[in-house]
Every structure is written in C-alpha cells, then in structure tokens.
Design a protein around this ligand. Structure first.
Ligand code: ADP
Ligand code: MG
Ligand code: MG
Length: 251
C-alpha cells in the first residue's frame, strides 16, 4: 500500500500563484478524478507534482509514502513511482516505441545494471496482449504521424511497462475523440488494482462514463472546492460549473 499526500500546496508560474492551498490524499487502489473549468490550474498541479522546473512550489508539500518528493529531480520522482501522462506528447522521429520503452526501462535500473532483453520483450508482449495492442505497433517511431488514439495507446503502454505507484493523467481539453477516449479508459481499467493509484484530470464528464472514479473533486481557482463520488460528475454535467460558483458565492 502506498500513499500520495498533497498538502496545502501552492504553485506559482513566474510571479503568479496558480495553485492555492491544494490538499488531497490518494491511496493505492483509488481513482480520483479532478474536474474543473479551463484555467483553474489542473495541469499546473500535475506538472508541479511531476517536478517540471517552470512550476515553482512556494508552500506546502507532496509526500510519497510519507517522504517529501520536492527535493527530487523529475526522473527520480518517476523512478520512485510517479508517472505523468503528458497532455501533448512529442514526436521522437527515428526512435521505435520498443526502443523508447526499453530505454525508459533501462533508465530505471541502477548504475551498471543491465536490462535482460529476453525478459524485457516477454514483459512488453504480455502487456501488449493485455492492452490488445498489435505487435507491429512497437516498430513505429514514437508519435510520428500518430493519430490521437495511437498517441494514447503509446502512453498507456508506457504506463503499463513502468508500473507506477501513482499515475497522474492529464487529459487534454480538446481533441480526444471517442476512439482515443476508449483506449485510455480500457488501458486504465486494465491496470486498475490494489497497486495503482490514479489522479485523473479531466475537463469532460464523458471520460468518467468509461473510467468510473471512486472520488470526484471540483477544482476552482487553484484549490478543491467540492468533493463527492461519481454522482458529482453527473451533477456537474447537468448543472455546469456555474452551479459550483453560485454555491461558493453563498457559502
Ligand atoms: P487548466 O489545466 O485547469 O486548464 P492550467 O494549469 O493549464 O489550467 O493553467 C492555469 C493558469 O496558469 C492559467 O491562467 C494559465 O494561463 C496559466 N499558465 C499555465 N501555464 C503557464 C505558463 N507556462 N506561463 C504562464 N502562465 C501559465
Ligand atoms: Mg487548460
Ligand atoms: Mg489543463
């Protein structure tokens, strides 16, 4: 069992404070969805946790299994078990998915440790079978000429190979077609289990029809203003974010 505790986190970009006193604890096995209107700091939150250098944590802490990760470099955080699925993965021409994933795997090993190629491919193929990904897929270059759905498939496969303790999934506000949505959902649902915690950031209620979260949180102006179960997502869809805003105004 692992925990990821976000405690009274404040994050600034330049001089501007974007995340303001954000607190949330995730346990492995749980799926938490964060919803909120555009510009409330959802992506800023996930990038700060992953250790992106442009996002400055000014107050608060993030603890993985009780230990602060804030002094760790992004790659150390990844090795410790935090996975960030990027909103806009970049193309890596000439590098096949198989080699890219292999390098990522190798990077997680200690100094002087050599990845066992046979074991690696065995694991890769078993994950691909689980996710129903065609073997031919891994010989293609990373994201080069990929459709939205294929990019997602690559991301999901990467996540399956890395077996993170916590996955921060920041879904783009636009351009996720129904195919890509299904790929993400099937992948996450396959990986769901007692050893994985998921923070699913989304603008759209629709994704939560496929990945049913244990908890739903509404983020507004840099912090969580409302929490509930999956019914909160449905309520949001029916009433819109203005409903939350009105509630906040009268509170
Ligand atoms: P969300 O993901 O909820 O849509 P973001 O975290 O992307 O919100 O953005 C929150 C706020 O931070 C917005 O006002 C946005 O304009 C600002 N912001 C995001 N990234 C940057 C950046 N690199 N430089 C300056 N401002 C930024
Ligand atoms: Mg946005
Ligand atoms: Mg965003």
């Amino acid at each position: 069992m692992s925990s990821l505790e976000i405690k009274h986190l404040h994050v600034a970009i330049g001089e501007k404070e974007i995340v303001k006193d954000f607190s949330l604890t995730l346990q492995s096995g749980e799926v938490h969805a964060i919803m909120g209107p555009n510009g409330t700091g959802k992506s800023t939150l996930s990038k700060a946790i992953a250790g992106h250098p442009s996002y400055r944590i000014t107050q608060g802490d993030v603890l993985l299994d009780g230990h602060s990760i804030l002094a760790m470099e992004p790659d150390e955080r990844a090795r410790a078990g935090i996975f960030l699925a990027f909103q806009y993965p970049s193309e890596i021409p000439g590098v096949s998915i198989a080699n890219f994933l292999r390098a990522a795997q190798q990077a997680r090993l200690g100094e002087g440790e050599e990845l066992d190629a046979t074991a690696y491919y065995k694991r890769l193929y078993s994950k691909m079978d689980l996710l129903k990904i065609d073997r031919k897929f891994t010989s293609r270059s990373v994201n080069e000429g990929f459709s939205g759905g294929e990019k997602k498939r690559c991301e999901i496969l990467q996540m399956a190979m890395l077996e993170p303790k916590f996955a921060l999934m920041d879904e783009t506000d636009s351009g996720l077609d129904i195919d890509a949505l299904r790929i993400v959902a099937e992948g996450v649902n396959h990986m769901r289990g007692p050893n994985l915690g998921v923070l699913l950031i989304t603008h759209y209620q629709r994704l939560l029809d496929y990945i049913v979260p244990d908890y739903v949180h509404v983020m507004w102006d840099g912090r969580i203003v409302k929490s509930g179960d999956k019914s909160l997502a449905l309520e949001l869809e029916a009433k819109g974010y203005d409903w939350v805003k009105k509630e906040l105004a009268t509170a």
